[in-house]
Design a protein around this ligand. Sequence first.
Ligand code: MRU
Length: 345
Amino acid sequence: MKVIYTSPIDWLGDRIRILDQSKLPDEETYLELENYRDVASAITELKIRGAPAIGVVGAYGIALGALKIESETKASFRKKLDEVMGTIAATRPTARNLFWALQRMQKVAESGDDVNKIKSALVAEAVKIHAEEKEATRKLSQFGAELIRDGDIVLVHCNAGPLATAGYGTALGIVLLAVEQGKKLRVFATETRPVLQGARLTCWELRKAGIPVTLIADSAAGYFMQRGEINCVIVGADRIAANGDTANKIGTYTLAVLARENNVPFYVAASTSTIDPSLASGEQVPIEQRKPEEITHIRGVPIAPEGIEVQNPAFDVTPHRYITAIITEKGIIRGELGEAIRGIT
Ligand code: MRU
């Protein structure tokens, strides 16, 4: 089977086209973003989301911001560029890929004295980051597909497909590639409250690819694991600390504990741009707190008493001891994850 991959981000030379994920699956709407502030809003409002995709679009946002700066001197160009970078950096705090991309763009901005050359170099760097991320997800999907057997039922959480990565996908990339190799798989997708990336995006992507998918409520995962109906869990990651602790969409930790209790392998799939060797453990990962309306409302419709107190962390941290293996573009790492991470970063 040949799977057709959706391209959520396209660089058009002087603007960025993105597929508006907040409208899926009802509408397939593309937005053209012409300035960096619109890019920042698109990231904050989840029009573009998923750690690798946020990194790629963040880099393009900086390139776009740089192109629009009308400064002759490097000093005033850099001052304005810092403002652009600050705005992009302030969008979402958890995904390591955004800050990894920002650091790369920062390094390019510091090189040379000719403002026009720096602008061109920033565009080239963003295009390079995009291409590298695509390639990384292809490679890690190939490694990960080796872990999947014909006939397996794979449980996935949130959305870690082409939409989230500007490439093959991480967790879902593995599924798509295994199917391309001729394996027959079934996917169980958690709906992923509060904003339903599983129900809206993963189901949409799998349906498009012709892969059988069963949607379940987040709270039903244990039921299916206990009955022996899940062969493995594969999730993506937003940030992986030096010891292997992994931050991912809220609810991932619960799935990992359930997987351990039920002897189901629990895999994390991520490109190495998601690894943050500067953090000793997951306790140091900044966790994004999002607005209460994501919980009190479903797609604009209130479902709770007005004014109720809410807490809405967007991510949680799965301690490394629950992770069977981490699948990266540099290979699959297992066992002492901290040691293995030092070997590949
Ligand atoms: O809030 P989101 O939709 O950006 O969260 C995304 C996730 O948690 C994904 O699982 C993660 O970014 C990995 S995507 C390859």
